[in-house]
Design a protein around this ligand. Structure first.
Ligand code: GAP
Length: 473
């Protein structure tokens, strides 16, 4: 018997409620701070051995849903570097910024919308500079610098989020001839839209999907991997005729909601947020938000971008990016319905949703990640009951060698069985197999279920087919 004894929410108010997740991620090799031996590097993180498995599982499920299971979406992998003209055309050089203020006493630079939020004043991430400034001036009397307590701030100014680089910049002056690390992956899709159209058999409506790194000079680094300066996006751009954009927008909203349920996230922890103040490219924008320990926050944006992007790139490049409809020979610039999700945020949401602390019989307790089996970094762990009995070790290795052809598995002969279970519970392994002396005689093993902790005997020859039904759902 187990009983839930704690949740992440109890920590809210003290900090961002993520201490337990951060600690588990470090302790068990999911996430490490970047360059930790040099005291870290702000807002950048590395994925450890289990983290990379979890992230790959998220990406593979997304990719399969977007491409393999459909016949109207194709994939792309565009380069991170693009012509700087792309970012001028897209509007990012001028319009992609966050409001920044500086404390005149301690010179801390603060993201104004985040500061307002600390006082319970909601400032939408996608508001204009003017709108946020207005809210700030109205509430100025109660707002203090979080670092020194002063109430003396500079005027708010916009801080551009694009990260500059000096690629091929021989003068050394990156301000004069900047090259940018991409701020969103979808621009690589727009500039290849015509290549895809000309080289494949796609016809409108069709989509292009891409997973890749994006970079933003985020002012405020906090909430662990929720907001980082280097992150991965899973974006799909669906090209449609203008009069059908609303229909497809609703369809994609529905599909994207179901994606998170399919990952095992509890529906009560998801909600929609409609943006009233729209970001410069959008005609309509909704976010799917997840109930993180620090509150409901954006997981994914679903935008009707209209013909903004293709028109901008047509105008700036001089290339005709219109579509000729073969059914009536009419030309139009397609509208784009975009679904834009973050790998890191999905990763954090599934961890928060799966995290459980349970009290067990006696004094014992356990931390268990109740991840959907398809997300679990390790699907099956195989243990010989005793390390010093070569025949048990050999049999367990034999089973491990069979299972590892199907799934990412782990062999562990270290410590007592209870400790080995705890370790696997903490990384979310759905099944553990123990090989004992009966296994040698009867050809069966003990199979232990992570969530119920119930054990049953199962014949070795039935293991793969039994587990296939449980893991590959
Ligand atoms: N192409 C549209 C676009 O990029 P966005 O709302 O700025 O839209 C989409 O970003 C998603 O990318 C977000 O919902 C989030 O999951 C992820 N994301 C954005 N900025 C991020 C950051 N600094 N750190 C981690 N994930 C981020």
């Amino acid at each position: 018997m187990s009983k839930k004894i704690n949740s992440l929410k109890t920590e809210v108010g003290k900090d961002d409620g993520l201490e337990k997740i951060v600690s588990l991620c470090k302790r068990r090799g999911f996430v490490f701070s970047s360059s930790e031996i040099y005291k870290g590097f702000s807002a950048v993180y590395d994925l450890g051995p289990y983290g990379v498995e979890l992230a790959n599982n998220i990406k593979n499920i997304w990719w399969k849903n977007m491409t393999q299971f459909r016949d109207d979406v194709v994939g792309l992998d565009s380069a991170i570097f693009m012509s700087p003209k792309v970012w001028e055309a897209s509007g990012h050089v001028k319009g992609f910024s966050d409001p920044l203020i500086e404390c005149k006493k301690c010179h801390s630079r603060l993201r104004l919308d985040a500061l307002l939020e600390d006082y319970g004043i909601m400032a939408d991430e996608k508001m204009t500079e003017e709108e946020i400034n207005k809210i700030f001036l109205k509430n100025k009397d109660k707002i203090k610098c979080p670092n020194c307590g002063a109430q003396d701030f500079s005027e708010s100014k916009n801080f551009n989020l694009l990260v500059k680089s000096n690629l091929g910049n021989f003068t050394g002056d990156i301000d004069k001839e900047p090259v940018y690390l991409r701020g969103e992956t979808c621009q690589g899709i727009y500039v290849n839209y015509k290549n895809v159209l000309d080289s494949t058999r796609v016809k409108i409506p069709f989509g292009i999907a891409q997973i890749g790194k994006a970079f933003r000079n985020e002012i405020t680094a906090r909430q662990f991997i929720f907001r980082t300066r280097e992150f991965e996006q899973m974006e799909m751009q669906y090209f449609v005729s203008p009069d059908e954009s609303e229909k497809y927008y609703e369809e994609w909203k529905d599909l994207r909601w179901k994606f998170y349920l399919d990952l095992g996230i509890r529906e009560e922890n998801l909600k929609w947020h409609q943006h009233e103040n729209l970001v410069f490219y959008a005609k309509e924008a909704y976010d799917i938000e997840y109930n993180f320990p620090f509150g409901f926050k954006e997981l994914e944006g679903i935008h009707n971008r209209g013909d903004y992007d293709l028109t901008q790139h047509s105008d700036h490049s001089g290339q005709d990016l219109s579509y000729l409809d073969p059914s009536d020979n009419k030309k139009f610039i397609p509208y784009v319905v975009e679904t834009s999700a973050g790998v890191g945020r999905t990763f954090l949401a599934v961890l928060c949703d799966a995290y459980n602390e349970e009290s067990l019989e006696g004094e014992d307790s356990r931390i268990v990640l109740k991840l959907a089996p398809k997300l679990a970094p390790i699907k099956v762990a195989v243990f010989p009951l005793l390390k010093n009995k070569p025949e048990l070790v050999a049999k367990a290795k034999e089973i491990f060698d069979i299972l590892k052809k199907e799934w990412r598995c782990e062999f562990d002969d270290n410590g007592n069985i209870g400790k080995r279970y705890r370790r696997q519970d903490e990384i979310g392994t759905p099944y553990c197999i123990t090989v004992d002396f009966d296994s040698l005689e009867k050809g069966d093993v003990t199979l232990r279920d992570r969530d119920t902790m119930k054990q049953k005997r199962i014949n070795i020859s039935n293991l793969v087919s039994y587990l296939k039904g449980k893991i590959n759902d």
